[in-house]
Structures are given as C-alpha cells and as structure tokens.
Design a binder for this molecule. Structure first.
Ligand code: C5P
Length: 285
C-alpha cells in the first residue's frame, strides 16, 4: 500500500469536571467525550525521500516537528526502523486551538493510519500507549465509540455503549485559546463538588434532551471567561436563539448548543453572524 486516507473527527466535552491538581502539574479530570461529525481528512503517502513532511493549507497548522501528527509519525518510524519517506496531507476543517482537539485527533489518525500503511501490527493497547505520550486528548480517538468517559489527564478512556444521536450548533470565535493558558487561570474550588458525570449519564442514555441540556457543564468556563468575558454573550445568544442548552467545549473558545433535531440546529445556525465566528451544524459520530 502506498497511500491511505483517514478521517480525523473532532470531539466535544459534554461534562468536564476538574478533580484537582496533580503533582506532575496536570489536572485530574472526569469528562464525557462525544465524537462529532466535523472532521479533517488525513492522507498518508509514502515517498522516496527520507523525510516526514506535513502539508496543510491552513495557516495556523504547524508544518514542522511541533505538529502532533509529525511527532506521531516520527515516534513510530524511529521505534520500528521504518524508512521515513512520508507525506502527511492534512485537509483542515476543524478550527485550530478551539477546544475541539483537532490536532490530537490528527495525531491519533496518523498513529492508526501508519499502523496499517506500514503494517506494524500494533494492537489498540500499544497504540494507546503512544497516544498518551503525545497529549491528553489523543487516546479518545483510538476508540471506535461515540461517547467515552475520560479520567486521569483525560487520557484514560472507558467507551460508553450509548446509542443517542445528538444534534448541535457549534460556534467557534476566530480566536485561538491555548489549553495551557486556560488551565493556568483556573481557580480550583473543590468544596461540595457535584458528580456532573453521573448526573448527566442517565439523561444522555435515555435521550432526555431537556434534562441533558441542564446537565452540560465545564469547570474551565470561569477560566475561559476570565480571558474573554465577551464570550458570555455567545452563550446567551445561542440560548436566546432557542438552543435547549449551551456549553463550552474543552478549553474553549468553541461553544456548542444542544438542538432537538437537525432542522432545529439549521434554524439556530441561520441566526449567527459569520463575520466573527465559524458556525457548524454537527451530530454525534
Ligand atoms: O496534554 P496536553 O498537551 O493537551 O495539555 C496541554 C496543557 O494543558 C498541559 O501542559 C497542561 O498545562 C494543561 N492540562 C492540564 N491538565 C490536563 C490536561 C491539560 O493541566 N488534564
């Protein structure tokens, strides 16, 4: 095989509970991931050079060794002594540094794609080990599941057998937010902490959208709003437009609304000004 195309979807966090700060500087999380239909495409092609080259038309995607997709390929090529000669073509649809884990998903797609292209014969547990060294959000994308519970740094994944299909409007302001910066602004208040994961799960399982809407939560919201207080109005606007619930994804700035159907999501999207934001209708994948 010379060439392989892999889909690289984004995620949303339906709940993001921060349990505390760890000695290694990371935060202990409990999160519910949802895989969504907004996706990049990654084309992996062998070539006769001895280099790994990243190609991407999007100006904010690093074309150098700092790209997680590059790091993923480099690790496998080193550990399995594969002659590098590889073009990684990223067709970017997922906004960059937006709380949607696009870069992490690209890295996971490269790991599983190269496992096939280079016929490495790695099992999922071995791929997960590589993924967790790359970033906290990478491992989720190696599980073929719509929803999962993430614990630890977010890298310990328990797939959830839930069939509910959700529709969302996803609004991403044209502003990048760096996870590290958002976490640095976090003021931990762990008294009377609610178990938001277990509050939400039964509503998600039963497709009870009204209660699900009320159970969406993200402990990073105060930190995101401390960087950009005006994003409060984005949430407000979505609710005023008729969303049943709204929440930030990951470390922001993406905000998503829960809609009752595709039609409802399309009508919400129509109310948004595209000059300052990117607006997508997405569903559970
Ligand atoms: O793992 P990842 O590279 O995505 O994390 C980026 C940054 O976000 C980390 O350097 C850390 O500052 C912060 N982070 C954290 N706790 C987590 C995940 C990320 O503090 N569970």
């Amino acid at each position: 095989m010379r060439r392989l195309t892999v889909l690289s979807p984004a995620k949303l966090n339906l709940v993001l509970d921060i349990m505390g700060k760890r000695p290694d500087g990371f935060h202990e999380l409990r999160t519910i991931f949802e895989r969504i239909s907004l996706a990049d495409q990654i084309i992996l092609s062998r070539n006769k050079s001895s280099k790994i080259t990243i190609h991407c038309a999007h100006p904010d995607v690093p074309r150098n060794t700092g790209n997680l997709a590059y790091k993923a390929a480099e690790m496998l090529s080193r550990d399995f002594s594969v002659p590098k000669g590889l073009d990684i073509n990223i067709i970017k649809n997922i906004p960059v540094a937006a709380g949607l884990a696009g870069g992490s998903s690209n890295a996971a797609a490269v790991l599983s794609g190269l496992n096939r292209l280079w016929q490495l014969g790695l099992n999922n547990a071995q791929l997960v080990k590589y993924a967790s060294g790359l970033g906290s959000d990478v491992t989720f994308f190696l599980y073929n599941t719509s929803y999962a519970l993430g614990t630890g740094r977010g890298e310990q994944i328990k797939p959830l057998a839930i069939k509910t299909k959700l529709w969302h409007v996803l609004v991403t302001p044209r502003v990048k937010m760096y996870t590290k910066e958002v976490f640095a602004r976090l003021k931990l208040n762990l008294t009377n902490k609610k178990d938001n994961v277990n509050i939400l799960l039964p509503f998600l399982r039963n497709g009870d959208l009204m209660r699900l809407a009320g159970a969406l939560s993200n402990d990073l919201e105060p930190a995101i709003l401390s960087l950009r207080p005006d994003f409060y109005y984005l949430k407000r606007k979505l609710l005023d437009a008729g969303a049943v619930g709204v929440c930030f994804s990951g470390s922001g700035p993406s905000v998503y609304a829960l809609a009752t159907s595709q039609k409802h999501a399309l009508s919400l999207r129509a109310k948004f000004d595209r000059r300052y934001t990117q607006v997508f209708v997405v569903s559970t994948l």
